[in-house]
Write a protein that binds this ligand. Sequence first.
Ligand SMILES: Nc1ncnc2c1ncn2[C@@H]1O[C@H](COP(=O)(O)OS(=O)(=O)O)[C@@H](OP(=O)(O)O)[C@H]1O
Ligand SMILES: Nc1ncnc2c1ncn2[C@@H]1O[C@H](COP(=O)(O)OP(=O)(O)O)[C@@H](O)[C@H]1O
Length: 278
Amino acid sequence: MEGLAIRASRPSILCSLHLGGDSQRQPLSDGYLRLPVSSNAAANINLVASSVSFHPVSAINVSAQASLTADVPALSDNIVWHESSICRCDRQQLLQQKGCVIWITGLSTSGKSTVACALSKALFERGKLTYTLDGDNVRHGLNRDLTFKAEDRTENIRRIGEVAKLFANVGVICIASLISPYRRDRDACRSLLPEGDFVEVFMDVPLSVCESRDPKGLYRLARAGKIKGFTGIDDPYEAPLNCEVRRAEHTGHDVSCSPRQMAENIISYLLDKGYLEG
Ligand SMILES: Nc1ncnc2c1ncn2[C@@H]1O[C@H](COP(=O)(O)OS(=O)(=O)O)[C@@H](OP(=O)(O)O)[C@H]1O
Ligand SMILES: Nc1ncnc2c1ncn2[C@@H]1O[C@H](COP(=O)(O)OP(=O)(O)O)[C@@H](O)[C@H]1O
């Protein structure tokens, strides 16, 4: 095939390819980004790596002249990626499952933690290894320095995305359960992982239902103006446009399902995609 192959030090990044004004997203797998373009055209290609996971590309091998630039600051020229003698596929074989991230997003009290709990229990009963990163819990430790300002929420999500990626690389089914109100932040976490390994689950529960639950009394405080910037009240929530699994609960229509049923829906998805085998 006529084209251009660029070798990079990271196994999986997404790049935007700007070619004659067009922009495409290109997954980088097995260490190569392959571009189906003629070598003449390739002379003028400018590649912009646009993933937050992007580290300096240390090895570039182009069949024609092209430039590769990162739009995030390089950490250091002296950092080299170390390969391990045991790879992800060995660990997955051992565990008889494939690592992935189940990202549960939704308003406060939409039932994220309840579904996360039901899912980890149901998978445990099937002999599958999971680990749950719950927004509330992670904010007690790793993310204890972060507030609920937009930039701190972004950092909260970025860190949890990076940790979830490590778990997925171990071969664990990592369940991340946090409001993650911004589409851009969730998409950034998706782009850290190989295609298919990020399963976005949307707890599509109306604000009125969430507010009527209010087990911690936070909505009441937010309505009273005692908590500022509460998601759904005076802070935004951007619903996913293309999630893999959705839990819809619309009052007046019988489309809701129990946390247990929701967990089974996610498990069906994982079975269908082969994540529950080695
Ligand atoms: N201002 C504001 N907005 C939203 N939520 C708030 C806020 N202040 C505190 N809390 C409590 O913090 C929990 C959400 O933390 P997350 O880490 O999931 O939030 S985020 O993803 O960074 O937006 C959330 O827990 P859940 O109810 O489990 O979602 C709330 O209990
Ligand atoms: N499907 C459901 N129907 C009714 N109540 C639910 C449902 N799912 C969760 N709850 C209740 O709603 C409250 C919030 O659930 P939780 O899982 O903590 O939500 P989140 O993690 O999104 O804040 C809890 O009291 C929980 O028992």
